[in-house]
Design a protein around this ligand. Structure first.
Ligand code: RTP
Ligand code: MG
Length: 139
């Protein structure tokens, strides 16, 4: 079934000019970009986006990192897009990421791990709506 998921290219990757390289891996895997933009989040926006992690010890660091520079947010569409993109990203900690994954190729450490992907179809809908209106999505 066709699904949509949210992809974020995180500040560590945008800063190292890896936006094109990440999008190349995404597109070559068959995930179609149906919306995309670059922005820099405020601390409040980052806190809202990662509200599910509020109680985690890394929450404040994560929010500071995610608003430290520009990010690229994109909506990806394909059959089974949520799982396919999670598989393409690889493990959260790049030390555990499999060959061929984005994080194996580009992540610097468990926090500066280059990409975000929605972890369920339900969260994908919430996360997409956080950044995009329907008018900004094609197809
Ligand atoms: P994401 O949400 O960004 O797609 O990553 P994920 O599902 O693989 O990992 P999650 O557990 O949701 O954690 C969200 C992000 O928080 C940072 N993190 N830092 N310092 C730490 O121990 C730690 N653990 C997680 C990472 O940037 C992770 O992607
Ligand atoms: Mg997550």
């Amino acid at each position: 079934m066709a699904e949509r998921t949210l992809c974020i290219i995180k500040p560590d990757a945008v800063e190292r000019n890896l936006t094109g390289a990440v999008l190349k891996m995404v597109q070559e895997s068959g995930l179609k970009v149906v919306g995309i933009k670059m922005l820099q989040m405020s601390e409040q926006q980052a806190g809202g986006f990662y509200a599910v992690h509020k109680a985690r010890p890394f929450f404040e660091d994560l929010c500071r990192f995610m608003c430290s520079g520009p990010i690229v947010v994109a909506v990806l569409e394909a059959d089974n897009a949520v799982k396919r993109y999670r598989d393409l990203m690889g493990a959260t900690n790049p030390a555990n990421a499999a060959e061929g994954t984005i994080r194996k190729a580009y992540a610097q450490n468990i926090e500066r791990n280059s990409v975000h992907g929605s972890d369920s179809l339900e969260n994908a809908a919430i996360e997409i709506a956080y950044f995009f209106s329907n008018l900004e999505l094609v197809g």
